[in-house]
Design a protein around this ligand. Structure first.
Ligand SMILES: Nc1ncnc2c1ncn2[C@@H]1O[C@H](COP(=O)(O)OP(=O)(O)O)[C@@H](O)[C@H]1O
Ligand SMILES: [Mg+2]
Length: 504
């Protein structure tokens, strides 16, 4: 009996001991391996990775690299104002600086154009004078183009409910291709209008639907000047869609641009050196939702061609699950709605603590989820960054006038001004002149400003030379300035003569 009680006691004691040790062990495990990946994953040499910020627990700097993840694609979610676009701008700036990676930004809300201009990129503004002829393609691709167009209409309108009308569009597009060498959507619309004569309900509805797009789009789909698609995939480009007349028009242009990018991507060879081009779709939920969207094709195939896709959205449930589950990196900023938080948590399976932290994030704080490329102790990890450490964009300034057009990095330019001898107040004045002129200043005003500050001509000439302006251009600048001065003198004299005459 005593023996029995002793063994009972012993067993209970062992149990308790094992519980105590495992609890203590668990808490120590936390200290040994906090909920952050080990430093070898987080760190990279500065040319191998893109710095994003420091982890919240250990303050370890985190560098993103396509080599660390299963694919380069990225999905960024968070409520409006949580810091998605800020993060993208910093990230794209660093990628460009370190790897020379270009980016094509499908700018829904027109929030990237100023930044892209300042960073020395190209902003393509679509509208009445510049558009995209979605029917234009090599002859052998016409049937494919027709299918893409019909799919786009199904994605963006109610066409899917009316198969008969899909046939009407298909016939009208074929007819437009056979009648004209370079037909536009307007040609298709006119052909459909002809079909309406017999009061055919389907024809009327089909013509009305296309009319809404073509007529409201002004010259967008039958443009005087079509954007050159080849220009879109070189350097930093912002395709500014915000001034287009409707969500459907924006989406159609974006879908056809993506279709071009997809073709371009497929004809590119894989390049070991890293990512060649980012395709960025910020708040483009309408085209991020549908299986047929080329965003999905790019996500599926992008890695083998060194193209990376970044989709950013306020609402994670708006992003198609293929994009969501195929993105090698998810950046989760503040999510205010519990339903959005649990949707993301269920997909990525991170801890409850991280999920509730996401609900309380302040601006710029982010959880990063990465699917790692190699077989490690863990295949994926989610950790929190204290804050996205931002990058001031690569600002450039331009001096224009006569035949010269000089672009300079803003920091270098400001340093030259200081070296030249301008005081802080004078540098600030030059800066504000540039800001007022959207960073493109005419060189005559610039030279006049320097003279107003009291710098003599020979000093100014040597400064202009130092900036890289050729002697012939400098001579031209002064010749024009003299002409202007003479012009205003002549004006003054003329005014004096007139007022003298009036007195007489
Ligand atoms: N990491 C950050 N550090 C400093 N400021 C930030 C950061 N993230 C966002 N901001 C600022 O917060 C504001 C909203 O950010 P934004 O990127 O436009 O949000 P979202 O694109 O999610 O709507 C901007 O003024 C931006 O400059
Ligand atoms: Mg934004």
């Amino acid at each position: 009996m005593v023996e029995f009680s002793m063994s009972c006691f012993q067993k209970t004691g062992e149990k308790m001991l094992s519980k105590i040790t495992s609890d203590a062990f668990a808490s120590r495990m936390f200290l040994l391996h906090p909920a952050e990946p080990p430093a070898r994953f987080l760190l990279s040499s500065p040319t191998q990775g893109i710095y994003m910020g420091k982890t919240r627990l250990l303050h370890a700097p985190f560098f993103w690299s396509p080599k660390k993840t299963i694919n380069p694609h990225m999905c960024v979610v968070g409520i409006s104002g949580s810091g998605k676009s800020y993060f993208l701008k910093s990230f794209l700036t660093r990628c460009r600086l370190i790897w020379g990676t270009g980016a094509l930004i499908l700018d829904w809300a027109g929030e990237y154009n100023t930044w892209v201009r300042q960073a020395g990129g190209n902003v393509v503004e679509l509208g009445r004078h510049c558009g995209i002829n979605v029917l234009s393609c090599p002859k052998e691709k016409r049937q494919e183009r027709k299918r893409e167009l019909l799919d786009a209409l199904e994605m963006l309108t109610d066409l899917g409910k009316y198969p008969q009308q899909r046939i009407l569009y298909s016939n009208a597009i074929d007819a437009a291709y056979s009648r004209e060498s370079d037909p536009t959507l307007f040609s298709v619309y006119k052909l459909l209008l002809k079909k309406c004569k017999g009061n055919d309900h389907d024809a009327l509805q089909a013509a009305f639907r296309l009319g809404e797009l073509v007529v409201a789009g002004g010259g967008l789909f039958s443009p005087v000047r079509s954007i050159s698609m080849d220009e879109l995939t070189v350097g930093l480009v912002c395709l500014d869609l915000h001034s287009l007349p409707s969500e459907a028009a924006r989406s159609i242009v974006a879908l056809f641009t993506l279709s071009f990018v997809k073709e371009q991507m497929r004809s590119t060879k894989y390049d070991e050196s890293g990512i060649k081009l980012w395709i960025v779709a910020d708040e483009a939920w309408k085209i991020a939702q549908d299986e047929r969207s080329d965003l999905i094709n790019i996500v599926r195939e992008g890695r083998k061609y060194s193209f990376g896709l970044i989709v950013a959205s306020q609402n994670p449930t708006d992003v198609h699950s293929t994009i969501f589950s195929n993105a090698g990196t998810m950046v989760i900023m503040r999510l205010a709605l519990a339903q959005h938080r649990s949707y993301v948590q269920e997909s990525l399976r991170y801890s409850g603590e991280i999920a509730s932290a996401i609900g309380n994030f302040s601006v710029g704080e982010a959880a990063v989820h990465m699917v790692f490329s190699s077989q490690q102790h863990f295949s994926s990890s989610t950790f929190v960054l204290g804050k996205i450490d931002g990058e001031e964009p690569l600002l450039s300034v331009r001096l224009r006038g006569g035949k010269m057009d000089l672009e300079l990095d803003r920091e270098t330019f400001v340093r030259s001004l200081v070296r030249f001898g301008l005081s802080d107040a004078q540098v600030a004045q030059v800066n504000s002149e540039f800001e007022r002129a959207d960073y493109v200043l005419d060189v005559f005003s610039f030279v006049s400003l320097l003279e107003k500050f009291g710098f003599g001509r020979s000093l100014v000439v040597s400064f202009l030379r130092e900036l890289g302006i050729k002697d012939a251009s400098i001579a031209g600048i002064y010749a024009q300035l003299e002409m202007r001065k003479m012009g205003s003198e002549a004006d003054k004299i003329a005014r004096l003569v007139v007022s003298d005459a009036e007195i007489a």
